[in-house]
Design a protein around this ligand. Structure first.
Ligand code: KG4
Ligand code: ZN
Length: 341
């Protein structure tokens, strides 16, 4: 087959997205978000997100095909995120993708969204190096993965034992009065503050007590420490130094993520670190990863922000990898899996 053309569909959370990828080329990329409808609730409301997917699905897929000057007939395969994510949201995208695949007689792949965050880096940096580590950070996951073959051989090196990095930022942002999602606000204010103004613990620097998990993360203690500090300041009638809090929190989280990811690369003999997920838009993390990577001779592949956040390109790119590897398409009855490992 010449370069496979794959339509990718994404609906795990608040983005309804579709994209067409040919080989390593992003041909079209359409993203609709229901975030504005969730902001006032302080988090994504699954029922609202599912309804928004049902409304946006057909227009978004049509636009992705039209922008690519294609019809379904021009596509070799369809890929869709089957998990992890919100069940009702996944159900809309997966049902829609199944209907399209059935109607057009195309193979369909139900893929793992988190692995899509790894795959998408090929659109900017080309083929994967032989053996690589991937740090995937978002509002829902914080994972360090050893990638030997993106289509069938990935091991978990470390994961968060409680909150994800983005979740920790969103919770602190809420205490500071920022709207959801607060991560980008912490980022912006953090750039104006002193990262050493407040002592924020670097949660779980060693690993689970008594166990050998040196690459696991924990961010719930970090959030609690910051929350307690803010409370004390308020109780004492002192002003809240918002910029310094944001800078100190961002520095703590970025430092521990970068240190463990690069140490993992050294242990696994990987010269390259792949980074993805919405939280990798964070400027403090990007700077810290590049700095620590350079100091240890590890090349850090952080894609541009439009490829870090949830999109259809990540799904389509992984779909291309599966077609190229000759992987059998998913059974038409494949289930959604909201807690897919
Ligand atoms: O991958 P994503 O778009 O959705 C999930 O699968 O969760 O990630 C969203 C998360 C949110 O927690 C958001 O606050 C965080 O990424 N985020 C940021 C930044 N941009 C997005 N956190 C810190 N700094 C940013 N610039
Ligand atoms: Zn994601």
């Amino acid at each position: 087959m010449s370069e496979p053309v794959v339509l990718g569909i994404e609906s795990t959370c608040d983005e309804t997205a579709a994209a067409v990828v040919r080989g390593r080329e992003l041909v079209s990329n359409v993203v609709a978000s229901s975030m504005d409808q969730h902001a006032r609730y302080g988090g994504v409301i699954p029922e609202i997100a599912s309804r928004a997917h049902a409304e946006a699905f057909a227009p978004v897929v049509s636009k992705a095909l039209a922008d690519a000057s294609m019809t379904l007939g021009d596509i070799d395969a369809i890929a869709v995120s089957a998990g992890p994510g919100l069940a009702g949201c996944l159900a809309v995208g997966v049902s829609g993708a199944k209907a399209l695949a059935w109607a057009a007689g195309k193979p369909l792949y139900g893929i793992n969204h988190v692995i899509g965050h790894i795959a998408v880096t090929q659109l900017q940096f080309g083929a994967f190096p032989e053996d690589t580590l991937a740090l995937i950070v978002s509002g829902g996951h914080t994972s360090l993965l050893h990638v030997r073959d993106v289509t069938r051989d990935i091991d978990v090196v470390g994961t968060t034992l409680d909150d994800a990095a983005g979740e920790c930022f969103d919770k602190v942002a809420r205490l500071l009065g920022f709207p959801y999602p607060g991560g980008p606000h912490i980022d912006r204010h953090g750039q104006l503050g002193d990262p050493h103004a407040i002592r924020v613990p670097q949660g779980l620097t060693q690993g689970r007590a008594g166990k050998q998990h040196p690459y696991d993360f924990s961010f719930s203690g970090v959030k609690t420490a910051v929350a307690r500090w803010i409370e004390e300041q308020r109780a004492a009638g002192r002003d809240i130094p918002v910029d310094d809090i944001c800078a100190s929190l961002a520095d703590s989280v970025a430092t521990v993520l970068a240190r463990k990811a690069i140490a993992g690369c050294e242990q696994y003999g990987s010269r390259t670190l792949i980074v993805g997920g919405g939280f990798s838009a964070n400027s403090q993390l990007r700077a810290k990863l590049l700095e620590v990577g350079e100091a240890h001779g590890v090349i850090v592949r952080i894609p541009k922000i439009a490829l870090c956040t949830d999109n259809g390109a990540m799904v389509a790119m992984l779909g291309v990898n599966l077609v190229e590897a000759g992987i059998t398409p998913s059974d038409p009855a494949f289930p959604i899996n909201s807690s897919m490992p």
